[in-house]
Design a binder for this molecule. Structure first.
Ligand SMILES: [Fe+2]
Ligand SMILES: [Fe+2]
Length: 185
């Protein structure tokens, strides 16, 4: 039996690796200006699909409502703050996307948006892992935890399609080899 938060914490691990890769990409643009634009596009797409649509979708659609139902207030409370941060993240993703136009990269715009996104998301994940989710583990009843896990799985298949999760993991792996030079972990 596991807590529903464990699935989200596992996804945070993937997102954090993606952020380290994005940071390397931004450094590369800053230092040399030379980068394969398709790599940036694929990386932004990873955040759009995996971090936002799938992961934040699970939190907003299922996890946060379950916490609210268990008594955690939304208005003015930690959930409202998390939702604000998801919105802010979306704004930075859009900025990163629009820094590429007709195959050309607007370097400074990309670097700024990437840096903002990276620091926002690292802090956001830290808050969820250390404070919000451990609290959710305590207040959400065990039978609902199991139900949440099932809903997560269904949702993931619906929004990303079968096999997309694996493809995104492959992408992360390839980027790790290329940008972080750590093929074995
Ligand atoms: Fe979140
Ligand atoms: Fe999260």
């Amino acid at each position: 039996m596991m807590y529903a938060s464990q699935d989200l914490i596992n996804e945070h691990e993937g997102i954090l690796i993606g952020l380290t890769i994005l940071e390397k990409m931004a450094d590369k643009v800053e230092q040399s200006g030379i980068i394969e634009i398709s790599d940036i596009e694929e990386s932004v797409n990873f955040f759009k699909l995996f971090a936002d649509k799938c992961h934040h979708g699970k939190e907003e659609g299922f996890m946060f409502p379950a916490m609210q139902k268990a008594g955690l207030p939304n208005e003015g409370g930690p959930i409202a703050q998390m939702l604000l941060e998801h919105d802010e993240g979306r704004k930075y993703i859009t900025e990163m996307s629009s820094s590429i136009e007709n195959g050309a990269l607007e370097g400074n715009k990309f670097i700024q948006a990437a840096k903002n996104y990276i620091s926002l998301m690292r802090e956001h994940i830290e808050k969820e892992n250390r404070v919000l989710f451990p609290f959710g583990d305590k207040i959400i009843p065990m039978d609902e935890q199991q139900q949440l896990l099932e809903q997560f799985e269904e949702f993931e298949e619906k929004v990303m399609g079968k096999g997309t999760h694996e493809k995104l993991h492959m992408l992360l792996h390839n980027f790790k080899v290329k940008y972080l030079k750590t093929p074995n972990d």
